[in-house]
Design a binder for this molecule. Sequence first.
Ligand code: ADP
Length: 392
Amino acid sequence: MTDAQTILVLNSGSSSIKFTLFAGQDPIVDGQISGLGAAPRISLKSSQDKDRFDRDLGSEDGQSHTTALAALLPMLTSRTHGRAVDAVGHRVVHGGVDHAAPIPIDQAAIARLEKLVPLAPLHQPHNLAGIESARALFPDAVQVACFDTAFHRHHPWVNDTFALPRALYEEGVRRYGFHGLSYEYILSHLEAADPRAHDGRLVVAHLGNGASMCAIKNGQSIGSTMGFTALDGLPMGTRCGQLDPGVVLYLMTAKGMTADDVTALLYTQSGLKGMSGISQDMRTLQSSGDPDAKRAIDYFVFRIRRELGAMAAVLGGIDTLVFTGGIGENSAMVREKVCADQNWLGLAIDPEKNMAAEQDISSGPSTVKVMVIPTNEEEMIRRHTARILRAL
Ligand code: ADP
């Protein structure tokens, strides 16, 4: 251990807490507690792989975010040689219209973030539970909220609005956009590795369990596929992506589904899982011979291609396309299908470079640079948290 600051990054979901502990810039421990409230488990590994385990957590320890973090605490401090955590950086899905940057958390900030719960009912309450728990367990640490929406706050009005009465826009029914921490990380990587790509017309496809795409010009978000909630845009592991609102009306009026039924359907039973009837996991679908698995992949790819074309129109052309997220980084097959027959855009990839997931997978004649860049949202949260810690 050095004198460097110790920063804990937390991503608190409904049934899991993902954590990374940093000493200075180095991640020294990471892992997750899953199955909160049901069958809690903890998996943890240290950076040098000196210790790694995956085991059940006592059911009392796994009852809530607070008990789970309390159980985690001694495991962390034993690996920091007792050194206290200086700051905790939290991933918070929604910052609303007021937050275009991370903030230190105090009681007033919590009250503001609680008001946003109706805008992200499946994420925000759990993010807040993680914050409350961390404040109780690390009372001397600075707590910082880093928002998935912040990166998009200055996108143009036409991308911020729906064609609904103005009063709804004023009360917050807007296209916020998410995955901002991932987009920021990709931009920061490009700033050092490829300044021309950073400053040009850029499309980033974040393809994981959650999936979205972002059109970026001169380092600024100018449009994204996610809107008011993290349901819109591309189909995802279990979320539907873009949907005619008339379908929701039909489900509720003709089929008598409740709001809770529709919420469960659109968030947890749709997307790759719902279409294939097999799995939400791209690896499983790719290796399946079932025609429904193929159809689910075909639809996923179709929507990405469609958004790519739309973003090319909005940007006035594309200089760089970046693939990231679990699927974007690892599925040569999805990248190949997305990039097939894109000569109209001047975009082509080299099959061998694509198979090897090189950073630049463009073919020689391609006028669009196509890149594969692993994202790192935890590192982005660490940087934001360290900056706020320094400024205090
Ligand atoms: P999250 O949004 O939960 O962070 P990830 O970014 O980890 O999700 O992405 C998970 C997705 O990445 C899953 O669909 C998984 O199947 C897919 N994935 C991971 N590795 C591969 C691989 N080698 N080939 C294809 N898909 C992969």
